[in-house]
Design a protein around this ligand. Structure first.
Ligand code: SF4
Length: 392
């Protein structure tokens, strides 16, 4: 039985943060009940895919999944479990905004089968939280961790954002230390990016906000690497650190080329080697599901070059790297014949380890995007044609 990971998108938020370009909407909570019913109907429409499978992980992401009643989450989990059993010990994660959690609701989520809470703390500096338009205070993040433990969550993760305009290394380290003091099991850190079309982008364009220069952002990443290691966290992915036994199983499915079903507005899925995307707007999503079950708005035709690029880029995110044989088994062609010279260049530049497994060095982790682009360009130039189509 092939395991399957499931992503469920909940697109509602109290406020749309100025830096956010996720598929998330403020002021639409009145749709939550109809949306939950549509999620259940969409799960039913995937019955053929779920039949005979076991679910290895479920991830409720958003948006802010903690903003919908726990009963809605329970309904979706029940509908999934009716179609395919969850493997024993399957990770069921839910993203929560510290400003939206209560003990009652967390107990409800725990009871529904959620095992892991991922809290968007983002910063422990009130001015930084205000800059990010976050609706919660540092104290609310601390309280949310306590409540999560009280509700029985054995795995709690904190998200933090660095590289904020004007942020000093000392400020960033204070946030890290306050996060660590709450004894989370997992920490994810992300550099603030100025996304197109966001209010933050407009503020940067008008000169009101000056982004940090890339060298300072890189320094802050290095600082986090040291601080988290000293606190006993093991880095296992470019943005993720965990205590033993607390790596995100669901995200590992993405990084290791495993299939996943995506349900909900704008959700992406990856089935049989093909990627698809659902209708993005919650209303369009609900209407599509109500019309005929499926909300798929776009399918990406399979393209071996794109698959190779995705595979390499995602695998290099994991610190464990990969063996060149794995690539050959997946694509039917030796890695060296596709990206051999580019690999040598990355190694010569000190960005890639010189022997197997193939993985980024500490310096290379700062330049993951550039390395992935270099490999993808090399794959495109390569004359080597895959011997066979990639297996599903
Ligand atoms: S809470 Fe998260 S998903 Fe919602 S707007 Fe803010 S950053 Fe985006």
């Amino acid at each position: 039985v092939k395991p399957l990971a499931v992503y469920v998108h909940i697109p509602f938020c109290t406020v749309k943060c100025g830096y956010c370009d996720f598929n998330a909407y403020a002021g639409m909570h009145n749709l939550a009940g109809r949306y939950a019913a549509a999620l259940v109907a969409e799960v039913d429409s995937w019955a053929g895919v779920l039949a005979g499978r076991h679910i290895s992980s479920v991830f409720f992401g958003g948006g802010t999944p903690s903003e919908v009643p726990a009963a809605h989450i329970a309904r979706v989990l029940e509908s999934l479990a009716r179609r395919a059993p969850l493997l024993p010990g399957a990770e069921v994660s839910l993203e929560a905004n510290p400003g939206t959690v209560s003990l009652e609701q967390l107990c409800g989520l725990r009871l529904a089968g959620v095992t892991r809470l991922s809290l968007g703390a983002q910063s422990f500096d009130p001015a930084e939280l205000a800059f990010l338009d976050r609706i919660h205070s540092p104290e609310a993040s601390a309280a949310a961790v306590r409540l999560a433990r009280e509700a029985g969550f054995e795995s709690v993760s904190l998200d933090l954002i660095f590289g904020l305009p004007g942020q000093t290394p000392a400020q960033w380290e204070r946030s890290l230390q306050q996060a660590i003091a709450l004894a989370p099991d997992h920490v994810s850190i992300y550099a603030l990016t100025v996304e197109e079309g966001t209010p933050l982008e407009r503020r940067v364009r008008s000169g009101e906000v000056a982004p940090l220069d890339p060298d300072t952002v890189a320094e802050q990443y290095e600082l986090a690497t040291d601080v988290l290691a000293r606190a006993g966290f093991e880095q296992y992915e470019i943005s993720n650190w965990a205590r033993p036994g607390h790596q995100s199983q669901h995200n590992r499915a993405y990084w290791t080329d495993r299939e996943y079903l995506g349900v909900g507005a704008g959700a992406h899925g990856y089935l049989g080697g093909e990627r698809y995307e659902n209708a993005a707007h919650p209303r369009a999503y609900i209407e599509a599901v109500n019309r005929g079950g499926s909300a798929v708005a776009r399918r990406e035709p399979r393209d071996t070059l794109v698959e190779m690029g995705d595979w390499l880029s995602l695998r290099l995110r994991l610190l464990e790297g990969f063996g060149s044989r794995e690539f050959e088994a997946r694509f039917g062609t030796p890695l060296t014949s596709v990206v051999g010279e580019a690999l040598d260049r990355c190694r010569a530049a000190g960005l890639m380890e010189s022997s197997e497994p193939i993985r980024l060095t500490r310096a290379g982790r700062l330049l993951h995007g550039e390395v992935a682009a270099e490999l993808l360009a090399a794959a495109g130039r390569s004359t080597a044609r895959p011997a066979s189509r990639a297996p599903a």
